[in-house]
Design a protein around this ligand. Structure first.
Ligand SMILES: C[S@@+](CC[C@H](N)C(=O)[O-])C[C@H]1O[C@@H](n2cnc3c(N)ncnc32)[C@H](O)[C@@H]1O
Length: 301
């Protein structure tokens, strides 16, 4: 199948009912396979590559093209594979219990899109469901890279604090190493849907952290506050810790440095110090939190 811009334009049209206007919250439809338009006439062009930019004004973020390039290199090195296998397995366990034919999955803060891409490929190999993936990120650079890949996913540049989706459209929301907006997640998740949030554990990239932040309060990382916040908003069904080492060669190290916000504002001198050390292993540690809507919030819009 040739998944290009034209293909995605058709898919946007077929799935337009899941969208809503980020300005007036009205329903949307696709006009002449060119624009997504709401009943009030707010118009969002479908880019040639097959993504839609729903931002109301341009946003400049520190997540730039170089960073997403390096995240892609790290992804291709297999660093995230055990995490993505674990998430895919958790989703399969969960959906085996229901008889839904169609499954809508949203990755909120998808970056350059390879996590949801790989998770959906894993699921399609193992379950017989009609799976539709949506990736949202505020960084246009990330979404442009995502849309150049062949994943059958609908990409949107959008702010996860104002998602361009109707209420209760998603069976699964992924939120991997990205900020969350629980009000919006509540709104767009189906009442029986699940939210899977991934946060780093204290050992995540510790080889970099220990040099970048030696002697500062950032040398140790704790995810305690994030878990507390999550549990206030969603009912936790399961938390799992995943810890492993990933061997790297010298050429790969620079991509681990460039892909992470940990290296923002770090001096060139410190980056050079890491490059000079013979690091041949990078630590991964993730906490995977799976939750569902709390009953009291079920009717919240
Ligand atoms: C550390 S990156 C993680 C990206 C991807 N999930 C991954 O693990 O490779 C954090 C991502 O969150 C996105 N992000 C930050 N604030 C956002 C917002 N308000 N709305 C949507 N995306 C946001 C950034 O643009 C960036 O792509």
């Amino acid at each position: 199948m040739n998944i290009n811009g034209n293909y995605r334009k058709i898919k946007f049209a077929e799935n337009s009912q899941i969208f809503r206007c980020p300005i007036c919250k009205d329903e949307m439809s696709v006009y002449e396979l060119k624009d997504m338009v709401c009943n009030q006439g707010h118009n969002f062009n479908i880019a040639r590559k097959g993504y839609i930019n729903f931002l109301l004004k341009a946003v400049k973020t520190d997540y730039d093209e170089d960073m997403f390039y390096s995240r892609t290199q790290v992804q291709e090195s297999g660093f995230f594979d055990p995490l993505l296998e674990f998430i895919s397995g958790s989703i399969i366990k969960r959906i085996e219990k229901n008889d839904l034919r169609k499954l809508n999955i949203l990755d909120a803060g998808c970056g350059q899109g390879s996590h949801i891409g790989q998770i959906i490929s894993n699921l399609e190999e193992k379950v017989d469901k009609d799976i539709r993936g949506f990736g949202v990120d505020i960084s246009k650079e990330g979404i442009v890279i995502a849309s150049k890949q062949s994943f059958d996913i609908l990409w949107c540049v959008a702010d996860l604090t104002n998602l361009p989706f109707a209420s209760r459209g998603f069976d699964v929301i992924l939120n991997i190493l990205s900020p969350a907006n629980y009000d919006e997640f509540h709104r767009v998740l189906k009442d029986e849907g699940i939210l899977i949030k991934v946060v780093p554990g204290s050992a995540y990239l510790k080889e970099l952290r220990s040099i970048f932040y030696k002697g500062t309060d950032k040398e140790e990382y704790s995810n305690e506050q994030v878990v507390k916040h999550y549990s206030k908003e969603f009912e936790i069904i399961d938390t799992s810790q995943l810890k492993y080492n990933h061997s790297i060669d010298k050429d790969e190290l620079i991509h681990f440095i460039r892909m992470t916000p940990l290296s923002w504002k770090v001096t060139d001198d410190k980056i050079q110090r890491i490059m000079d050390i013979d690091i041949d292993n990078i630590s991964a540690e993730f906490l995977i939190i799976m939750g569902k809507k709390k009953n009291k919030n079920m009717s919240r819009e």
